[in-house]
Ligand binder design. Structure first.
Ligand SMILES: *Cc1c(COP(=O)(O)O)cnc(C)c1O
Length: 383
């Protein structure tokens, strides 16, 4: 039997950044927004954002979210509106900022937070809303112009685009419809993996300046703490890995897109979409972190994941449990979450890593088709 792991992160090899490590040895600058970090940020703004806007690295996206939320939030507000269908880091970051997560349902179409429900809650909660934190689900470049409209009307918004770095739609990323802070993760398991790291991008220079100050103990230029702060700095070693990753990232994105397309076209050929299976619709050329599908209604993703395990295929169920289903977050307020609960019960993430070959994808699909026959058999018995 084959063994197909869920992921096999493959970061750039040391020989591709050896020269940069030697630069560190020579400069003896190891952190504090050093030369390599500066080069890394500049290359990102120049090449990924065509010279527009401002960016600061952070040591991970959770810290990036904490800083961005802290700076953006209304001081008197209480709630951070966010989807429940996201990673726990978003809710944790809001709590660290003294806010309560308020979980909002997602749309069935693209699994992003439902703007109509957000609007209703802003109307209902008024000044109690401190910040709105949409999530660009699984790397999508959704249209965030509703959130731009909120921002323009004085409502703080921070976008969690942890898995969207490198995703584009008509040549631009999430920033094409949103000018506020956008937070990306460079964790090893993300498409742009450097180990630990992240980036906050914003078209407002002052916001990025404040964020860097907050991420450096709240120090002013005179090294006096003038605001709340912590340490969010990326080390020069991580920046070296980042610079080397930028050189090969385009290729990585293409490989990831092609793996996703192969999966979906095989599912189509097998006729699974006519039998209740579905998949996550994304917008743009997405640097896929995973391939997310839905099993037929009435079946449980966790059971199918364990059946896949019997074929040696390691799959996952992100984000199940959804945030509001996790014990620590269960006490916080929510909208009706029926779409979230439905997706969470049916979502399966299939293996995705860059050396995954067609033959292995074929094997995963054969396993899924075999499981589907078993499911069909079961439903026939029931009928
Ligand atoms: C990965 C991820 C994070 C956290 O990123 P780190 O860099 O590991 O802190 C936050 N939100 C979402 C949606 C993520 O997928």
């Amino acid at each position: 039997m084959k063994h197909i792991p869920f992921m096999k992160p493959n970061l750039v090899k040391s020989e591709t950044y050896m020269e940069l490590l030697k630069e560190i040895d020579h400069s003896r600058i190891y952190s504090n927004y050093g030369k390599l970090n500066t080069r890394f940020e500049q290359e990102i703004v120049t090449h990924l954002y065509k010279g527009e806007g401002f960016a600061s690295t952070v040591n991970n996206a959770t810290i990036g979210l904490m800083l961005a939320i802290m700076i953006a939030k209304r001081p008197q507000g209480k709630y951070a509106l966010m989807p429940s269908f996201t990673f726990a880091a978003t809710a944790q970051a809001a709590l660290w900022c003294g806010l309560e997560p308020y979980f909002i349902d997602v749309r069935a179409e693209d699994w992003c937070m439902d703007e109509k429900i957000v609007a209703k809650h802003i109307e209902k909660l008024g000044d109690e809303v401190a910040v709105v934190i949409p999530y660009a689900t699984f790397g999508t470049v959704a249209d965030f112009s509703y959130y731009q409209h909120l921002l323009d009307n004085g409502m703080p918004v921070v976008i969690d685009a942890a898995a969207s770095f490198g995703s584009t739609h008509m040549g631009k990323g999430v920033e094409q419809s949103f000018s506020g802070p956008i937070v990306y993760s460079f964790h090893a398991t993300k498409s742009f993996g450097i180990g630990e790291g992240g980036l906050v991008y914003c078209k407002n220079e002052h916001f990025i300046q404040q964020l860097r100050q907050a991420g450096n103990f709240g120090f002013s230029e005179a090294r006096e703490s003038t605001q709340m702060g912590l340490n969010s700095k990326l080390s020069e070693y991580a920046a070296a890995v980042g610079l080397a990753t930028l050189k090969v990232f385009k290729e990585k994105c293409l490989v990831r897109q092609s793996i996703k397309e192969t999966y979906i076209s095989k599912m189509e050929k097998l006729g699974l979409f006519n039998q209740g299976w579905d998949y996550h619709r994304t917008t743009g050329e997405v640097a896929h972190q995973n391939v997310s599908i839905l099993c037929p209604k009435g079946h449980l993703a966790v059971e199918i994941v364990s059946m896949l395990g019997e074929y040696g295929v390691e799959a996952r169920t992100y984000f199940s449990p959804a945030c509001h289903q996790q014990s620590f977050f269960a006490k916080y307020p929510t909208s009706d979450l029926s779409v979230t609960e439905e997706i969470a019960s049916r979502v399966i993430n299939l293996p995705l890593w860059e050396e995954l070959v067609d033959e292995e994808i074929e094997y995963v699909m054969e396993a899924l088709a075999a499981i589907n026959s078993v499911l069909l058999g079961e439903s026939m018995h029931e009928a």
